[in-house]
Design a protein around this ligand. Structure first.
Ligand code: ADP
Length: 268
């Protein structure tokens, strides 16, 4: 068919013969696009009603209705969770529809690491030991907002999947051939090896009950993977059950910028 998209695969058949398999994937691509549009539209449409519900809930004073206080608190918690889910779905749809970054800029890593430290502290509320290490002393080239969202998801997971008394380390370090890695290392529950290949899929969860209780949306690692892909960066996960996990974001030399010390230091 004119205009259709073909997927071609060349497979060795015998010593001097190759097999060429051509498949028309136009319909598959079209369905995938319909799925993306549907999710984006539904998420967008849910935003306004949710804002209204959230707004009115905020106006109800639990002190005026002491009997309702536990119900109001739960309604607020659930509407916040729904809002986060809708925001994450919208972000994921936006990331999926992009082939490349719309704008690129220098991402100053000193303020980025300082923000991640504050976020980890706020989530942990003193229950974990938190440390930030920067042995690379460089900046990145890409999207500040998106990289922040990816790193912030990793730090949030590290806190949520590490029991009290554990440690969370965020480390920026140089790698071979001029690359750099941002690593988030926790001493938490860990992920069984069989689950590792699937944890970046949408809504994939190792333990549904623990993940729900922890307050996540199930989209965090999908967002991380998409953001890193747009930066031609790679996510590597190593984990041991009961000992903890390391999430490493590997950036190539083309994403590394020498740090403008004056600017970065004043922001921190
Ligand atoms: P969620 O909102 O459920 O945390 P994510 O996409 O961020 O969704 O993560 C997917 C699943 O991977 C989680 O439900 C959890 O089971 C597992 N996971 C993610 N980060 C960690 C971590 N640091 N330690 C242990 N398990 C993790």
């Amino acid at each position: 068919q004119p205009g259709s998209t073909l997927s071609l695969r060349l497979i060795p058949y015998s010593d001097d013969l190759w097999l060429l398999i051509a498949r028309d994937v136009s319909r598959l691509l079209q369905l995938e696009q319909m799925r993306r549009d549907f999710v984006a539209n539904v998420s967008h449409e849910l935003r306004t009603p949710l804002t209204v519900v959230h707004g009115y809930l905020d106006m109800l004073d639990p002190q005026e209705h002491p009997d309702w206080a536990p119900m109001l608190a739960e309604m607020q918690r659930q509407s916040q969770r729904m809002t986060q889910l809708v925001e994450d779905l919208l972000m994921l749809s936006r990331l999926e529809s992009q082939d490349s970054l719309a704008t690129e800029e220098t991402v100053s890593m000193a303020p980025m690491l300082a923000t991640l430290r504050r976020e980890a502290q706020a989530l942990s509320q003193g229950r974990h030991e938190i440390s930030i290490e920067d042995t690379a002393g460089v900046d990145l080239w890409g999207s500040n907002k998106e990289l922040h969202s990816a790193f912030s998801n990793l730090v949030g997971n590290a806190v949520r999947y590490t029991p009290a008394g554990g440690s969370i380390r965020v480390r920026l370090r140089s790698e071979q051939r001029g690359g750099v890695a941002l690593e988030v290392i926790d001493s938490g529950y860990g992920i069984p090896a069989a689950h590792l290949p699937r944890v970046t899929e949408r809504f994939y969860r190792v333990s549904t009950s623990r993940s729900r209780e922890s307050g996540g949306t199930g989209l965090g690692l999908s967002i991380v993977k998409h953001v890193l892909n747009l930066h031609q960066a790679r996510l590597e996960i190593t984990s041991e059950v009961g000992r903890g996990s390391t999430f490493s974001c590997h950036f190539g030399a083309e994403r590394v910028r020498q740090r403008d010390h004056g600017f970065a230091d004043t922001l921190e």
